[in-house]
Design a protein around this ligand. Sequence first.
Ligand code: ADP
Ligand code: ASP
Ligand code: MG
Length: 440
Amino acid sequence: MKVMKFGGTSVGSAQRIKNVADLISAEKGNVVVLSAMSGTTDTLVEISGYLYNRNPDGAHDTINRLAAQYRKTVAELYSTDEYKAKAASYVKGVFDYITSFTKTLFGEQEEKVILAQGELISTHLMAFYLMEKGVNVALLSALDFMRIDFHGEPDAEYIKEHATAAYEAAAGADLYVTQGFICRNPRGDVDNLKRGGSDYTASLLGAALGADEIQIWTDIDGMHNNDPRIVSGTRAVRHLHFEEAAELGYFGAKILHPTCVLPARYANIPVRLLNTLDPSAPGTTIDNVPEPGTIKSVAAKNNITAIKIKSSRMLLASGFLRKVFEIFESYQTPIDMICTSEVGVSVTIDDTRHLGEIIHDLKKYGTVTVDHDMCIICVVGDMDWENVGFESRATQALRDIPVRMISYGGSNYNISFLVKDEDKARALRALSKSLFEDNA
Ligand code: ADP
Ligand code: ASP
Ligand code: MG
């Protein structure tokens, strides 16, 4: 059995829903996880924004616009009056429900309920369409088995027990369809796995049900060796180690949620990234098999802030780094890159909400300098330190670009450079040329 997840772009229009339906009904017994149609979750966030700000007019306008889009999708998707009516009535019910929040007090819990509607609609539309085609489909409610604990982390045991029960209760169906992203919290209230969380659902569900493979279907051909929006002629990488995929997911290759592959990795289930627009293309396979001596991909993350703390007293002071890190910790600000010397330390952060307080506190320990609008460029592949030449090739490629920090040796899978945001495209292209083209 496979778990197949389709992202928002893959179900973004009536035609795309039809294509996905053809694709998933070609093989029996698989579990299909769907995101909301593209743009829907963003619009639901926008509606919630109006409701928080007690602006019912803004909310009504936005709700009506979204409802009209769904009426159009329903009109295009179904061919029989029976299913047009069923789907239209379901969609109307959802939008009446969303509208009812314009008349009540609005808070975090209400927002979560609103955000859950995108995946509920997409899975219902898909299930109705499959039924209309005569497919024996079981629509499983993710709210029955996806659950997070008090820390907001998935409760793997609960998910395993309840997902297995839901799957077995529907045994014999041709296909099982369920929602990505949405779940319940320990209080039993509707919650979610954070934005982009449908991949996480797929990975958790694959591990819970012991799937043979987890497929993440999107609108491009697998994980590319560079950002296809910036560098032309990028190629899909056919194979990645789980750690390489995690590095890339974090560093801007938006195709995979960074933590999402962990459950699959622990359960040793391969994850495949496939292209809805070209289903027979091989895509990218991610598993635990290392591939010695190859550089796989380059990714970038912008809007990074670098902070340098220089202290001549640091040289002999044990505990200096602890004090520095504690300051970041006390403001719950994660550090991404770190470089140290005997007299100073540079770190980067992307969450600058407490920058002012952090700088203030750091000044107790040394002279503080801040560089804004920086970008981490991360080269991923087999960077085992005993391999020779890779780090120098990457560094050499950036010889004309000012580099603020270099981080190497933190993992066996990456070397990262900090450059100015404005040099990002130039750096990505230079690395692409030297790592993937010159010796290709
Ligand atoms: P989905 O609709 O599947 O949820 P996402 O919103 O998660 O899609 O985004 C996937 C997008 O990430 C792709 O369309 C692609 O443009 C972009 N992307 C950025 N960097 C990379 C990369 N290195 N490899 C593949 N895709 C990338
Ligand atoms: N629909 C949700 C989002 O847009 C979850 C997902 O698509 O993965 O964030
Ligand atoms: Mg996504």
